[in-house]
Design a binder for this molecule. Sequence first.
Ligand code: ADP
Ligand code: ASP
Ligand code: MG
Length: 410
Amino acid sequence: MALTVKKFGGSSVATTEKIMAVAQRVLREKGPEDKVVVVVSAMGDTTDDLITLAKDLVGQPYQYTREMDMLLSTGEQVTIALLAMTLNKLGHPAVSLTGSQAGIKTNNAYTKGKILSVEPERVLGELAKGNIVVVAGFQGVNGDGDILTLGRGGSDTSAVALAGALQADSCEIFTDVDGVYSADPRVVTDARRMKEITYTEMLEMARLGAGVMQPRSVEMGKHYGVPIHVRSTFTQDSGTFIREAYTVEEKEFIIRGVTHDTNVAKIAILGLPDHPGVAYKIFSALATANIDVDMIVQSIRNTDKNIIDMVFTVAQPDLPQAKELVEKLGTEMQVFGILVDYNVAKVSVVGAGMLGHPGIAANMFGAMSDAGVNIEVISTSEISISCLIQADKVNEAVNAIHTRFFPRES
Ligand code: ADP
Ligand code: ASP
Ligand code: MG
């Protein structure tokens, strides 16, 4: 007897035929004594469509974060009800639960909710009755009983959190690719599939744009020690295992992957006074508004005028609010000007092996130079190097860097 959590993403449940195929697969893979929890996303592009509806009505719907969560959480509720009905129709008892009913408790950060705890009693009770439990991904409930969503891609985190709380034997993430690749296979046609990757490297890849897993889900997997199996909904092949350490192969790779992120925007503040407390003022205001800031670069002081420039990036949906805050502070501090740019993207190389291997940055910059891509901002972590570039160059840059680190086999 095994307890498994299986998560099916939006493209895996995009149509009623696909929901039927998911139900059939779940039943085919389930032994008579097995307990199964299925976490599902909204059908196809439903979440995007719901955002468009709100934009059509109010322009900048993320001002109304509580209402956005009420709206966006409906997508997953459609899928759970349809899948639970289908499983019943195919002859197996099943019950659908919202995130709240499944005991997923979050903080109060509407639209970016973080799971604080999972109280799995209801899920365990339904499993004990013999039900397959179908849980709405991407959502939880705060202390006031309000629905929160967990950020884009949040169903991954719902699944891993449930697997952790239920001490599941496995957590499978079924998606439209058959594993984690050395770059997004939609952009790099000869990207290589990995058999396994560590939580640390996967977290860095996810954080830097590898949308196949939400970063929080990988953190959660590491925290609970849940091995995560990323695999295809449409084939039987084994995919990629995300776990603590490598077991057999691929250890010798210095670089594990090349990632890109087009969901970024750049803000530049020109002519800031150069004295203590200025950076604090800006970034504490952004932090209070729950806006994540990524690459930060401060120029050296212009000694004639005692001023500096500051450049940083935020996620695109946060740009309107970030801009408003920065403009207010900019007026108070009498800065020269504020520039924003939506047309940027971040490309990164990731690999724990780069520690102790000099020359990775030079190699990456060389590939971009050969491809004629201009670098605007550079940032590094212990296991990654990232460059901000113009968005229209992103595919060229990712391919050039990938070819440099993973030469095409002839
Ligand atoms: P789901 O709806 O199943 O959650 P997502 O669209 O969120 O699926 O994630 C799967 C997509 O992630 C793939 O179609 C692929 O284009 C993209 N992706 C980005 N980087 C990678 C990578 N390194 N490996 C695999 N897929 C990636
Ligand atoms: N439906 C949500 C989204 O599109 C959550 C998910 O699919 O994981 O981001
Ligand atoms: Mg996803």
